[in-house]
Design a protein around this ligand. Structure first.
Ligand SMILES: Nc1ncnc2c1ncn2[C@@H]1O[C@H](COP(=O)(O)OP(=O)(O)OP(=O)(O)O)[C@@H](O)[C@H]1O
Length: 242
């Protein structure tokens, strides 16, 4: 599990509200894992713990082999994160947004320029590098955020509802890009979503509902002859409208 992600018996409460209850799953190195759950399932809470926005004494999280509680700097250094809310500075160009993040990571000069170019190329946005983020559509802004999350060459990429607010074509393009990063670069990905159509049959699937893991395995095997949507509704007991 040296380049993967491991979550073991993690629990978290907001006061009396149990948001996560004994959550355990592993993502093997180079795998794309979809963390699928409806609103309120606990996805953002788990991301908060994975990124150390907050901590819990209950359970263990390992990122690329590093325990996030005892080796937080090493663990976070192996992690790239794309949060649900957009975080680009709209008045800066794409390149400036990336350069700023690189500087925060202690990178500058040629090394930073090389990594920025590689990240822009990887996400097919190199030709827009000189444009202000404000002028980009939602899909290209998201690609920029993904490129930025990869500058320090992490082993594990976390994305929390990365396609929120995008149209169907942009959603498809972003999910395809991230799948390609997995397949071609060996990146380990945890992709949180409430949308079943973002999950591919070859993905690892972890279903989270009301703070608990309800299913964990290969998507195609779990859903069997059902559509993923039908499987998801059945396993969570949610009504069709959900
Ligand atoms: N600050 C808070 N105080 C109390 N309860 C909270 C707080 N934040 C989240 N919760 C509750 O914890 C549970 C998990 O919330 P969380 O935001 O992690 O879910 P989610 O799967 O990310 O949902 P969404 O997609 O709507 O963000 C929900 O029942 C939510 O109401």
């Amino acid at each position: 599990m040296s380049h993967g992600l491991s979550v073991d018996q993690v629990s978290f409460r907001y006061g009396a509200k149990q948001a996560l209850d004994g959550v355990s799953f592993d993502v093997a190195p180079g795998r794309f894992a979809a963390l699928l759950g409806p609103n309120g399932a606990g996805k953002s809470t788990l991301f908060g713990l994975l990124t150390r926005l907050f901590t819990t004494p209950d359970g263990t999280i390992r990122v690329a082999g590093c325990d996030i509680a005892s080796e937080p700097r090493r663990a976070l250094g192996q992690m790239g994160v794309v949060f649900q809310s957009p975080t680009l500075d709209l008045d800066l160009t794409i390149r400036q947004n990336l350069a700023y993040f690189a500087a925060l990571q202690g990178l500058s000069g040629r090394d930073a320029a090389r990594r920025i170019d590689a990240a822009l190329d990887r996400l097919d946005i190199a030709e827009r590098a000189g444009e202000k983020a404000r002028n980009l559509n939602g899909g290209h802004r998201r690609r920029t955020e993904i490129a930025r999350a990869l500058i320090h060459e992490p082993k594990v990429l976390l994305l929390d509802e990365a396609t929120v607010g995008l149209d169907a074509a942009a959603r498809q393009s972003i999910t395809d890009h991230v799948h390609r990063l997995c397949a071609e670069d060996g990146l380990t990905v945890l992709w949180a979503t409430h949308l079943t159509d973002e999950v591919q049959d070859s993905d690892r699937l972890v279903v989270l509902h009301q703070g608990r893991i309800l299913a964990d395995g290969e998507t195609a095997a779990l859903r069997g002859p059902d559509s993923l949507k039908d499987y998801f509704l059945r396993v969570t007991g949610l009504p069709e409208a959900a």
